[in-house]
Design a protein around this ligand. Structure first.
Ligand code: AKG
Length: 266
């Protein structure tokens, strides 16, 4: 049954703060997931037509387009923004929604962000069922905070583009690393702090995720400096999304924030 109260409980908020992740079951209905998959199918087909075959490994595209109106509209749905506001502040800012089609294989252990002064969370739905051996997201509980976060870097659990030195020297495989496995059904939403170490093993071809990403509004001088530095990356948004045709106040606030921090590239 689909929940009709979208607010997190105190216990859920505490769970997220302590362990760095949260799963909410049955947040979207089977009909809604079918609409997401339809838009995914269409966008994937266009993407494959437009993309050079050599590059067809991990496929990724933005959902903030007129071609994916249902997924794009979900950012205005309390099931996407309310828990984010509860977890990282009412002044948190939505900045990205993407769809991903993974190739067959594994995603090695990694955090999404290196700088602990950047507050950012990702909420993702896996559009097909996942299990421990077939592409479920795994997280290392508590690894969004130090000392564990840095310890995992120090032992060499991840080096971009290479086999993790820790796995080489320990003889362990990624699956042996102690973790929590977030098996999920379409309609479930998983939210994690982007500093939390995560991985997935046994992925199948065209394993699908759809994600919604929020930043916390930086407050301390260190947080402000880190966000300034990160915002230099910038990001291209489609004019359609920036125009905010329905004049949604929350979206206006996000766009103004992204503009003020220099995130929006021409
Ligand atoms: O499901 C996966 O393979 C990993 C997803 C992931 O790393 C991410 O969305 O940041």
């Amino acid at each position: 049954m689909i929940q009709d109260n979208y607010s997190l409980t105190e216990a859920q908020i505490q769970h997220f703060e302590v362990f760095g992740f949260l799963v909410r079951r049955n947040v979207f209905s089977a009909e809604e997931v079918a609409r997401m998959n339809e838009e995914f199918d269409r966008r994937l087909a266009t993407f494959l037509e437009e993309t050079d075959l050599e590059e067809k490994r991990f496929l990724h595209w933005t959902n903030l387009t007129e071609e994916t109106p249902f997924i794009a509209s979900l950012v205005n749905d309390p099931r996407i923004y309310l828990h984010s506001e509860q977890l990282i502040g009412e002044d948190s800012v939505f900045h990205n929604s993407g769809s991903n089609s993974f190739p067959k294989g594994d995603t090695e252990w990694h955090p999404d962000r290196a700088d602990l002064n950047v507050c950012s969370i990702r909420s993702a739905m896996y559009l097909q069922p996942t299990t421990a051996d077939c592409g479920a997201l795994r997280v290392i509980p508590g690894s969004h905070k130090n000392p564990l976060h840095e310890d995992l870097h120090s032992i060499g659990l991840w080096v971009p583009e290479d086999k993790a030195p820790y796995l080489e020297k320990s003889g362990l495989s990624g699956e042996d690393i102690p973790c929590y496995v977030l098996e999920s059904e379409p309609g479930d939403m998983i939210t994690w702090n982007e500093q939390t170490w995560h991985a997935a093993f046994g992925g199948y071809k065209d394993r699908r995720t759809c994600n919604f990403d929020f930043f916390g509004n930086p407050k301390t001088p260190d947080e402000i400096a880190s966000m300034r530095s990160l915002a230099k990356q910038g990001k291209r948004y489609q004019p359609w999304w920036l125009e905010n045709p329905d004049n949604i106040p929350r979206r206006e606030r996000w766009i103004n924030w992204l503009q003020e921090w220099g995130w929006i590239k021409d």
